[in-house]
Write a new protein. Structure first.
Length: 137
């Protein structure tokens, strides 16, 4: 039996940090429903597919773009959301940081190849993928 496609919604906090979402394709829609977050509608990956978390960050119009997001955001822009009162405009940008300097933050119960860490460049919380690479948590 094949799994039916669904659309999910999640909130990305407006907190100057990247956050991971397990997407199948592109972000379908963005909007602001409450202060402090941008809502993102997306199609999740089916259970039969390998997880592939991608990292996104909210940046406001007129705010400096974090260095790890690059100078030209055309390739990383995934959506724009305007607050209900029209006062604030937020942009969803995809994080392409290669996570070159990760500080591991293991706990005793973590398997050695799945320990958590934090990228020093983009401040994204990561976890080991079991194959020597890091993926967003």
């Amino acid at each position: 039996m094949t799994q039916q496609a669904v659309i999910h919604r999640t909130e990305l906090p407006i907190d100057d940090r990247p956050h991971g979402i397990d997407l199948t394709g592109e972000i379908l829609h963005t909007a602001v429903r409450r202060p402090g977050a941008v809502d993102v509608w997306y199609q999740p990956r089916p259970d039969s597919m390998e997880p592939m978390r991608r990292s996104f960050q909210i940046v406001g119009t007129g705010q400096p773009i974090p260095t790890h997001l690059g100078f030209d955001v055309i390739g990383s822009h995934r959506g724009t959301a305007i607050s209900p009162d029209g006062q604030w405009v937020w942009h969803v940008l995809e994080n392409w940081c290669p996570h070159p300097e990760v500080v591991e933050t293991p706990r005793m119960e973590d398997p050695p190849d799945r320990a958590p860490g934090i990228c020093q460049a983009c401040r994204l919380h990561l976890i080991g993928d079991g194959e020597g690479f890091w993926v967003p948590r």
